[in-house]
Structure formats: C-alpha cells, structure tokens
Design a protein around this ligand. Structure first.
Ligand SMILES: Cc1cc2nc3c(=O)[nH]c(=O)nc-3n(C[C@H](O)[C@H](O)[C@H](O)COP(=O)(O)OP(=O)(O)OC[C@H]3O[C@@H](n4cnc5c(N)ncnc54)[C@H](O)[C@@H]3O)c2cc1C
Length: 409
C-alpha cells in the first residue's frame, strides 16, 4: 500500500515506524525538521526543548519505544517541584508541611481538597464532561479553593479559555497526577534532552520511509478510488493534524475541535529566581501563566547556566511583541537585570493542543473516521491530557487500524 502521513511529529513518526517495513510510506512535514511540538532549540553545544517536557511513570509506550531505539539508559527520574506565585511571594507546595503552611487556603479547604483528590478516580466522567471545572470546584470546594489553587493551574494550561474547560478534564488530571511522593513528583527526562528521541525515531522511521521536509500538504482529493496528496497518488492517509486543519486542504467534514496556541519564551540566566522550584504557577495575572525553571529539574551543570521558560497559551493571534512583553514582565517581577539574560529563544505553535472544554469527549475522532486515519493530540489516547505517550500510542493505533482495514476508506 502507498501511505501518506501528514505531519512529522511523534504521532506521524510512530505510525511510520510501524508501517514503513510493510508499505511504501511518505511523511510530509511542513517544517524543515521533524519532531513537531517536541522540537528543540540548539543553544551553544546543547539541545533544549522549545516547549518544556518531562515524562511520567505510567508512560509505557514511550518507555518501550526508548528500549526499541536503544535509549533506555538515557531515561532518568528527577524531582519536579511545584509552587505558586501570589502577591509577590513564592509558595512552595510539595511537602505536607509546605501545603499546611500555604496561607491562601484554610485548614478546612485543604482537608476538603485532600478528600477530593482521594475520590478523583471514582467519578463518572460522562457527567463531569457536561460541567465546567470552575463550576464543579466552586460547588465541591468553594470559591477560595478555586481562585487560590485551581485557577492559577488552569491559567497556566489554558490561558483565557480556562473557564470553559470541563470538570472531566480536571478530575482525570488529578487522578493521574496525584501519585506524588512526600517531597514532590518524580518526573522523567532524557539525558541530552528529548531531541535524542526525535533523532533516533527519525532515523529508524526514515530507514524505510520517505521523509519530505519543507513539504506542507496543501491539497487532498479523491479520484477514481485513489487519494491524491499534493498531486501524488496514495491508497491511505494518516492525518496527525487536527480535523479543522485537514479540512482546509481537502479533508473531511468532521466537527472542529477547540484548539489553542502556545508561546514559550526560553531564557538563559546567570541565576535561578524561583527558590529552587521547577514549576511555578502564577496566580497574579500577567502575560504568562507559569515560570518553569528547567534547571531546577535537570542539573544546571549540563548547561551554560540556568534555563527558564515563560509559558503562555493563546487563541486567535498571538499579541504583538509577546516575547518582549513576557521578558519585561519577568525582569520586573523577579528583579532581574537585563544583562543577566544570556540568550533567549521564542517558540510559537498555533496548534499546540486541544482545549478540553465541556462536551469535548463526544468530539474526539476515532482512529479511523470519514475515510481517513487519525492520530495526534486530539486522539482518544491523548485524553484527558495530551502527552508524548498519547501521541506515540495514537500513531501505533492508527497504524494498526490501517493494517486491520487494509487501508480501506
Ligand atoms: C507547551 C507544550 C508542553 C508540553 N509538555 C509535555 C510534557 O511535559 N510531557 C508530555 O508527555 N507531553 C508534553 N507535550 C505534548 C507533546 O509534545 C505532544 O503530545 C506531542 O509532541 C504531539 O505530537 P503529534 O505528532 O501528535 O503532534 P505535533 O507535534 O503537533 O505534530 C504535527 C506535525 O504536523 C506538521 N504539520 C502541520 N500541518 C501540516 C501540513 N499541512 N503538512 C505537513 N505537515 C504539517 C507540524 O509541523 C508538526 O510537525 C507538550 C506540548 C506542548 C505544546
């Protein structure tokens, strides 16, 4: 079979890896490099992800892919600490003592929150999909807990769309992320950065497939029982870009999914400024929702200094000069001199992931729908959280579905 894969991110590469030895596979990637959202900046002699990345203990497909590619020794487990920035103060929230000391919640609030966490795997997610996280938390735990605990977290993930996100997403996320130790969460990272995975996967998939870089898919049509993609003939198409993006270029009429863009400013700094915390959610409104100090997670000795991400999400167009606005706000808020910023890189991705609004679960496309095969951040394996694991699993699932159906539309 002649198979076209639209997109050379993790999902496209994972599907190509499974199909390449048995079929004639072309991967179309609009950019000049593979990796999609897992791409990295090259700074001096190291790679740093364009968007902060870590993995989780449950990421089984990711770990077996690392073994398959001979990279299992690169995986390391590090402490990922979190905290809140509110009223010009940094509050660490990792140990039970730190949580008890957090002044923006009362003891009763904290006890109710702990109970909700314990109950998080027992809720009926279909019902929760019809109510927003905001309404649900205010109903169950009160306004103060929403505003002082959940809202900053949701702002760091969904920006201005946070009020539309469903309780199903929030509770699903609490259930998978509540497995913490006494001093913080254990998170995985790859020595050398996740670029090592992208390179190895690209090499393995590229052995049997044709990789077409700088080749955006711009036109899809069906003629005499065959697909035409940019004028070339195919028997089957796997799309790793969301339905609304594929529809623009000749894809089918699937309901559009709510999506958001991500803008992430990475800064090289002389010092870290978040009291040793990796992930700092910003409670105060500002042009970014979280300050993520990569080198409070991965040892700083591996780089030429500290690395901080200012992370924000947007819908529509990114505001003008977003990088300068973020940088200025960060310098003012954390008392940083301009001269202590060694380098900076901005990454912007308009399709950085779905927003899990109420009713989202019904919109998730199956791995095969309307004549196409689908694998990406919008796939069932990426709910309730998009992840490397979810995109690898989606790539495998779409490839398996295509084999099973013999490429039939
Ligand atoms: C800010 C951010 C932080 C994240 N942090 C984590 C984390 O800590 N841990 C974790 O597990 N996951 C994380 N993720 C999620 C993870 O990066 C993604 O789930 C995964 O990389 C998505 O892979 P994909 O192939 O599904 O999609 P993408 O990476 O989006 O790949 C799609 C590809 O299609 C290409 N493309 C688009 N249109 C066309 C076209 N017309 N023709 C040809 N090519 C096209 C794009 O250039 C892109 O390369 C994060 C994502 C973001 C955005």
């Amino acid at each position: 079979m002649k198979v076209c894969i639209v997109g050379g991110g993790l999902a496209g590469l994972a599907a190509a890896l499974r199909l390449g030895s048995r079929h004639e596979v072309d991967i179309y990637e609009k950019r000049g490099h593979l990796g999609g959202c897992l791409s990295s900046h090259r700074v001096d002699d190291f790679w740093i992800e364009q968007f902060y990345h870590h993995c989780f203990a449950e990421d089984r497909q990711l770990f077996s892919l690392l073994s398959e590619l001979g990279l299992e020794d690169r995986l390391e487990w590090l402490k990922g600490t979190t905290g809140y920035f509110a009223g010009k103060t940094i509050y660490p929230l990792n140990t039970p003592a730190e949580i008890l000391r957090y002044p923006l919640l009362s003891l009763t609030d904290k006890a109710k929150l702990a109970l909700l966490t314990l109950r998080s795997s027992g809720w009926d997610t279909d019902t929760l999909d019809t109510i927003t996280a905001e309404e649900f938390i205010i109903r169950e735990l009160g306004t103060r807990t929403y505003e002082s605990f959940f809202e900053p977290l949701m702002r760091s993930k969904f920006g201005d769309l946070r009020n539309q996100v469903s309780a199903a997403w929030l509770i699903g996320r609490i259930a998978i992320r509540s497995n913490r130790g006494l001093s913080g969460e254990r998170l995985g990272y790859l020595k050398g950065g996740f670029q090592v995975l992208v390179d190895a996967l690209a090499e393995a998939a590229g052995r049997d497939c044709t990789v077409r870089l700088h080749d955006p898919v711009t036109g899809i049509s069906r003629e005499s029982g065959e697909w035409r993609v940019n004028g070339r003939r195919y028997d089957a198409i796997i799309s790793t870009i969301p339905p609304q993006a594929l529809r623009h270029i000749g894809g089918p009429d699937l309901p559009p999914l709510p999506y958001q863009g991500a803008a992430c400013l990475a800064l090289g700094l002389d010092d870290q400024v978040t009291n040793g915390i990796y992930w700092l959610n910003m409670k105060d409104p500002g042009p970014y929702g979280a300050v993520i100090t990569h080198t409070n997670f991965v040892p700083v000795e591996r780089y030429d200094g500290h690395i901080v991400y200012l992370a924000s999400y947007f819908t529509g167009d990114l505001p003008a000069r977003a990088d300068a606005v973020m940088r200025d706000h960060f310098c003012r808020t954390f008392g940083i001199r301009d001269s202590s910023i060694r380098w900076e890189r901005m990454a912007v991705e308009p399709l950085a992931g779905p927003v899990f609004t109420t009713g989202y679960r019904k919109l998730i496309p199956a791995y095969q729908a309307k004549g196409f095969y689908w694998a990406g951040m919008f796939s069932p394996s990426n709910y309730p959280e998009r992840s490397m694991e979810g995109s690898i699993a989606a790539g495998y699932a779409a490839a398996a579905e295509l084999e099973r159906a013999g490429g039939e539309p």
